[in-house]
Write a protein that binds this ligand. Structure first.
Ligand SMILES: Cc1cc2nc3c(=O)[nH]c(=O)nc-3n(C[C@H](O)[C@H](O)[C@H](O)COP(=O)(O)OP(=O)(O)OC[C@H]3O[C@@H](n4cnc5c(N)ncnc54)[C@H](O)[C@@H]3O)c2cc1C
Length: 418
């Protein structure tokens, strides 16, 4: 393989690090530069709201690779440096220290960043966001101090932080404008499941209300809600979603729409430029439309797929979305994508907190979430991927093996990669 080429990856996190690894695995022996704005070598973010935040996982556990990996694989790891401008005609990047970096192929794995809440008092001390390991360290230290916390937003990050804070014995109040947690993704019934899980653990769940302002002298002391409450607190955590980090792509005039638009092979709108992970809004062959997700597994798998595409291999990225969440003793995995659905079918026992929920559209399974039930992701993927028309009664019956349903005859379309 042409050893005089330089492939640059911007974003030294999961997608970027896995892409660099794959370039080497696939035999590319040219120059590989993996650069990122954070000081830490690439790490995984899921533990930051779970066991790492709880102080149950060591720092060493979160890294994507051992310290020596990058040097051993001749991957130039440049940390603490931001790429500020991209010139796709000259195939060059400008860094924040004025350095220029030329590339033959460029991967943008710039991820996402927390959406900021702009209400009065939002800049007071004691208001936390959670994206980086530094954020998690700061929050963990604050949890050590105990007291009362208001968590703003009952999405995945808010819900996991609420669970961790509660497990550390803090008084936790969650404020969320939707009627149940995670409503947009899970809908009313399964959102209510998570609301009850938190309530049962002693979290005060304030739904259908937003934050009007934070108040305090220098640091946050209370949160004012849109339904007129004044919630006294020692600190607050905001988890109101993330935005894809597209400034660099915008500086080059790349086509953007809810992230960087890429095709099935993760190619952006300029020659030699690719995108993967949270920032990529990729054409998905199975769905026939663009899909951008903020999932660990997507970064894990799309980074390598982009690397193969950079090397001229032309397999489309067609994995089904998959993510997981852990809250208290409730572990779950979610496979698929349910933007619209007609019905939700439950197999198992919601009250016992061991079940699989299936989202159905036109009589076919489009997503499945297994809660405290394990080793079912493959048959769920097959049910979705093979577009099997299901009998709802059999789907709900734990006595009927999922594999049996997945091997039913009536199918349309072709299955995506596992
Ligand atoms: C607290 C937390 C918990 C999570 N838990 C789960 C979970 O349980 N399950 C799940 O499926 N997903 C989870 N996720 C989501 C998952 O971590 C993300 O989907 C994943 O990190 C995306 O990886 P990425 O490499 O695309 O981007 P990111 O991890 O966002 O990394 C992008 C990197 O690019 C760098 N960068 C950006 N712009 C530039 C620039 N111009 N120059 C240089 N560097 C730049 C950034 O500094 C950053 O290091 C969680 C996320 C968080 C924050």
């Amino acid at each position: 393989m042409s050893s005089d080429q330089t492939h640059v990856i911007v974003g030294a996190s999961l997608a970027g690090a896995k892409a660099a690894e794959t370039l080497r695995e696939e035999g590319f022996d040219g120059r590989v530069v993996l650069m990122g704005a954070e000081e830490e070598r690439p790490y995984e973010r899921p533990p930051l709201s779970k066991d790492y935040l709880l102080g149950e996982a060591e720092r060493d556990k979160v890294y994507v690779h051992d310290e020596g990996f990058y040097a051993e694989h001749a991957i130039e790891l440049r940390l603490g440096r931001k790429a500020v401008r991209l010139d796709t005609a000259a195939r060059a990047l400008e860094l924040d220290d004025g350095d220029r970096l030329s590339y033959d192929r460029l991967l943008l794995a710039t991820g996402a960043e927390p959406r900021r809440l702009s209400v009065p008092g939002a800049d007071l001390d004691g208001i936390f966001y959670l994206r980086s390991v530094r954020d998690s360290d700061a929050l963990r230290e604050r949890l050590d101090g105990g007291g009362a916390v208001v968590v703003v937003g009952a999405g995945w990050i808010g819900a996991e932080v609420a669970a961790s804070a509660r497990q550390r014995g803090l008084d936790v109040t969650v404020v969320e404008p939707a009627s149940v947690p995670l409503e947009r993704v899970l809908g009313a019934e399964l959102g209510a499941f998570y609301r009850d899980v938190h309530s049962d653990h002693g979290v005060q769940m304030l739904m259908t209300t937003g934050v009007e302002a934070f108040e305090g002298h220098g640091k946050v002391e209370r949160v004012l809600t849109s339904d007129g409450r004044r919630l006294e607190c020692d600190f607050a955590v905001i988890g109101v979603g993330v935005e894809p980090r597209t400034e660099l792509a915008a500086s080059a005039g790349l086509t953007l729409d809810n992230g960087i638009l890429v095709d099935e092979q993760l190619r952006a709108s300029a020659p030699g430029v690719f995108a993967a992970g949270d920032v990529a809004n990729a054409q998905h062959p199975f769905y026939g439309e663009r899909v951008r997700v903020e999932h660990w597994a997507n970064a894990l798998n799309q980074g390598p797929a982009a690397a193969r595409s950079m090397l001229g291999q032309s397999a489309p990225y067609d994995r089904l979305p998959y993510f997981f969440s852990d809250q208290y003793d409730i572990g779950m995995e979610y496979t698929g994508l349910a933007r619209e659905w007609d019905r939700v079918v439950i197999r198992g026992d919601l009250a016992a907190r061991e079940f699989i929920a299936f989202w159905l559209h036109d009589g076919r399974v489009i997503a499945g979430m297994n809660v405290n039930v394990w080793d079912v992701t493959d048959p769920i993927k097959r049910l979705i991927g093979e577009r099997v028309a299901v009998d709802e009664r059999r789907l709900a019956d734990p006595g009927v093996a999922l594999e049996e349903l997945a091997s039913a005859r009536e199918r349309t379309g072709s299955a995506p990669g596992a």
